[in-house]
Design a binder for this molecule. Structure first.
Ligand SMILES: Cc1cc2nc3c(=O)[nH]c(=O)nc-3n(C[C@H](O)[C@H](O)[C@H](O)COP(=O)(O)OP(=O)(O)OC[C@H]3O[C@@H](n4cnc5c(N)ncnc54)[C@H](O)[C@@H]3O)c2cc1C
Length: 535
């Protein structure tokens, strides 16, 4: 197998990975340069699809303060947010926005050239920056991609997967094995800093707003190497995905549309949120999601509707150009027609346990962005806090790495040799119907580890996932990208199910109908492959 040496390898090219690459290249002393590995094209990521915006507490926004933002984040996190993390991230928001601007990101401004702030559910004031109207993620990602492509010290592998971490006998991560999906070539990447910025897990569910790269790879890789993972039961379901396509990957109708006064209605145009929560359409996401779920279950309908007809067509198109264009593609005029919506898996609060500087429980391994769990989101994420977390964790990781000498001291000890040998061997040629397994995992997770959970459902899911694991024999070298993804999805699906079984209460995004109350004594849960679950 070919070997390559880098000062740092970054897996993932969403906002977290690209931000880290740019800052590291600018500020650290790198004798061997940086490698970015990404599953498909550089721009393809969850980040690209973010609509609403990015939280920023700016001194010029006189109504806002970090105290207020921290309060809102703690409320959304339902008792499990780490307050010191929320404080750190909030206090650094203005700094990272400035830095993003220096990397070429333009946030929307008003006629006086002042940054525009908007509001989303559970925020007490307008504090969300946006770009391109409702194309914030695309605009940020696009600017960062452009910047990275101009850097000589950053190499890029597209259509390439990280498939295994290389850990030596002292439990230090020394690099990884990559797999090029086009050439089927494997390579050993030696690096003193391995940074996982692999994003979320939406594709584990039948319906999701996430693109098809989100199969929890980084979390599975880290867990298999022995890193601690945390808060794995907390999956956020977005209440309003566009229900007209029958594809599993659904277009998002941003919360900001409800922020502009749109109402949720049944097919006869009757509102229903008043039966569930006094905050109506702007109640927290988990509350609105469960309300829609109950309405759909009661009537047997496959969706409800969003009534935004009070907004003129001109205003809707200007404020929500992407949503407007997608609705029009399906012959829906949002200022005249109801928009069909239903819930969909959207964001993962859990992940690889890290500090705000991305350090994990394993030396040499770092995780940032949605793949990590810093403790900011607790049991539920406050809208638009995730891009902020991507930026602040990337920023802080680089501040840490630039104090270190990133010199390669890779030696193939017996542990590393053992791992490499498994990828040197011939492929396991057993034919697997990957589409069938994808569908099975997604159905199990959607039906039994989804919006509403109970012991019986979770035990059924545990058993079914375990049977799928037994049938799927590709423990090491796999045949193709799909097999690698299935291997990772099965690892993450079991973790989510086990964590959900252990949490015998309802809190934030985790709702157990057999334990509908919150247990004030319950804490965050965490586990590593080599230790019992703690919590
Ligand atoms: C429709 C939608 C709307 C959203 N709106 C908002 C919003 O308004 N505000 C907000 O704050 N958040 C929003 N979010 C959430 C936010 O976009 C994400 O949490 C954030 O962008 C994650 O960034 P990331 O860099 O951690 O990961 P991602 O952007 O998901 O990037 C992950 C990268 O890792 C790569 N990768 C994965 N596995 C491997 C592997 N094995 N090998 C190599 N590469 C791999 C992928 O190809 C990708 O490049 C939204 C999400 C969605 C889906």
């Amino acid at each position: 197998m070919k070997h390559k040496k880098y000062s740092a390898v970054i897996v993932g090219s969403g906002i977290a990975g690209l931000y880290a690459a740019i800052k590291l290249e600018k500020e650290a002393n790198l004798s061997d340069g940086i490698l970015i590995i990404t599953k498909t094209q550089l721009i393809e990521s969850n980040s690209k699809y973010a609509q609403g915006g990015m939280v920023c507490v700016m001194p010029e926004n006189k109504l806002d303060s970090t105290t207020l933002h921290i309060e809102d984040t703690l409320k959304a996190g339902a008792g499990l947010t780490d307050e010191s993390v929320a404080e750190f991230i909030s206090k650094n928001s203005a700094g990272v926005v400035k830095e993003l601007q220096s990397f070429g990101v333009d946030f929307d401004r008003d006629e006086n050239n002042k940054l525009k702030f908007t509001k989303e559910a559970a925020h007490s004031v307008n504090r969300i920056l946006h770009a391109g109207g409702d194309a914030t993620g695309f605009c940020i990602e696009n600017a960062l991609v452009k910047y990275v492509l101009e850097r000589k010290n950053i190499d890029i592998y597209e259509q390439t997967l990280a498939v295994e971490l290389l850990k030596d006998k002292n439990n230090v991560i020394k690099g990884l094995i990559s797999y090029n999906c086009n050439t089927n070539q494997y390579e050993i990447i030696e690096a003193p800093a391995v940074i996982l910025a692999t994003g979320g897990i939406g594709q584990l569910y039948r319906y999701t707003t996430n693109p098809d790269i989100t199969t929890g790879d980084g979390i599975a890789l880290a867990y298999r190497a022995g890193a601690v993972v945390k808060d794995m039961e907390f999956v956020q379901f977005h209440p309003t995905a566009f229900a007209l396509t029958d594809k599993g990957t659904m277009f998002l109708i941003s919360e900001a549309v409800r922020g502009e006064g749109a109402k949720l209605v049944d097919k006869s145009g009757k509102t229903f949120m008043e039966k569930y929560d006094e905050r109506l359409e702007l109640a927290p996401r988990d509350v609105v999601t469960r309300a829609i779920y109950h309405e759909m279950a009661k009537t047997g309908a496959s969706n409800v509707y969003l009534d935004a007809t009070h907004i003129s067509e001109e205003k809707f198109e200007k404020r929500f150009p992407t949503i407007y264009a997608t609705c029009k593609e399906y012959n829906i005029n949002p200022s005249k027609d109801y928009i069909p919506v239903s819930p969909s898996a959207h964001y993962f609060m859990g992940g690889i346990k890290t500090k705000v500087d991305g350090t994990t429980s394993l030396e040499g391994l770092y995780a940032i962005g949605e793949a990590s769990c810093t403790g900011l989101h607790g049991a539920n994420r406050l809208a638009s806090n995730s891009i902020l977390e991507c930026a602040v964790t990337a920023y802080e990781l680089v501040n840490l790495l630039k104090t270190k000498t990133l010199i390669n001291n890779f030696t193939e000890d017996e542990e590393i040799q053992k791992t490499i040998k498994m990828y040197d061997e011939d492929l396991d040629k057993t034919k697997v119907d990957t589409n069938k397994i994808f569908a099975e995992i997604k159905n199990i997770m959607w039906q039994d580890v989804g919006i509403i959970r109970n012991e019986e459902m979770l035990l059924k899911a545990k058993k079914e996932i375990s049977l799928l694991k037994d049938d799927f024999a590709h423990l090491y070298k796999c045949a193709d990208r799909n097999c690698y993804e299935i291997r990772n999805m099965l690892t993450v699906a079991s973790l989510i199910t086990d964590f959900a079984l252990k949490r015998k209460e309802s809190r934030g995004a985790h709702f157990r109908e057999d334990y509908p109350q919150c247990d004030p004594e319950a804490k965050s849960q965490q586990i590593s492959r080599f230790a019992e679950m703690k919590g």
